[in-house]
Design a binder for this molecule. Structure first.
Ligand code: 5GP
Length: 201
């Protein structure tokens, strides 16, 4: 049996990935979980947003009632949390998710919005923060192709995307998802470089 050694915090930097809706984040995340040179474990966020039909509690999100979310927030269980897209729904990263990844010998991978990412970068200045962009004219088409959101939600997300782009400079790395394979290779190279640095130090 292949039992992974738990990793200490210093040997397991947090990988934070953000980008506008429609930047192909979800596809990139799936590829990274398979192809990264270092084992990554997805941090499963908690949210008060209702579950979509295909989503599974504990796999896509921990779907919490607003009262439960608030109780855990007040108990200090979140590394960061925010109301995203002015939707009225809360999203947050639980400290226990970072511990879970490290206990598996993996680096935690967080796919979160910019506000959350900035908070994580403050808590973990060594975080590997990556902002994903896509040629601007594709955002709207991809968002619409998904067909799961109303026009109002789409407009709100496009505005969020425009705001988020202005904050991209705060990230350590910016990767353009113009070509999926190339973008995945670039992120894998960033991760490999960080691992080499950690092993050297
Ligand atoms: P969705 O509702 O489409 O699954 O996600 C909406 C947004 O919530 C995305 O922009 C995603 O980045 C953000 N999000 C997901 N999990 C978290 C989290 O744990 N913290 C924060 N701050 N944002 C999150």
């Amino acid at each position: 049996m292949n039992v992974a050694e738990p990793l200490s915090e210093s040997k397991s930097p947090v990988v934070v990935l953000s980008g506008p809706s429609g930047s192909g984040k979800t596809t990139i995340v799936h590829r990274l979980l398979r192809e990264s040179p270092v084992r990554l474990e997805m941090s499963i966020s908690a949210t008060t947003r209702p579950r979509r039909p295909q989503e599974v509690h504990g796999r896509d999100y921990y779907f919490l009632a607003p009262e439960e979310f608030e109780r855990r927030r007040l108990a200090g269980e979140f590394l960061e949390c925010a109301e995203v897209h002015r939707s009225g729904f809360w999203y947050g990263t639980l400290h226990s998710e970072l511990d879970r990844a490290r206990s598996l010998g993996a680096w935690p991978l967080l796919e979160i919005d910019v506000e959350g990412a900035l908070n994580v970068m403050q808590a973990y200045p060594d975080a590997l923060s990556i902002f994903l962009t896509t040629p601007a004219d594709q955002h709207e088409a991809r968002l619409r192709a998904r067909g799961t959101e109303s026009e109002e939600v789409i407009q709100r997300r496009l505005q969020t995307a425009r705001n988020e782009l202005q904050l991209a400079d705060s990230y350590r790395y910016r990767v353009v998802n113009d070509d999926l394979d190339r973008a995945v290779r670039e992120i894998c190279a960033i991760i490999a470089q960080q691992e080499a640095r950690l092993n050297a130090g």
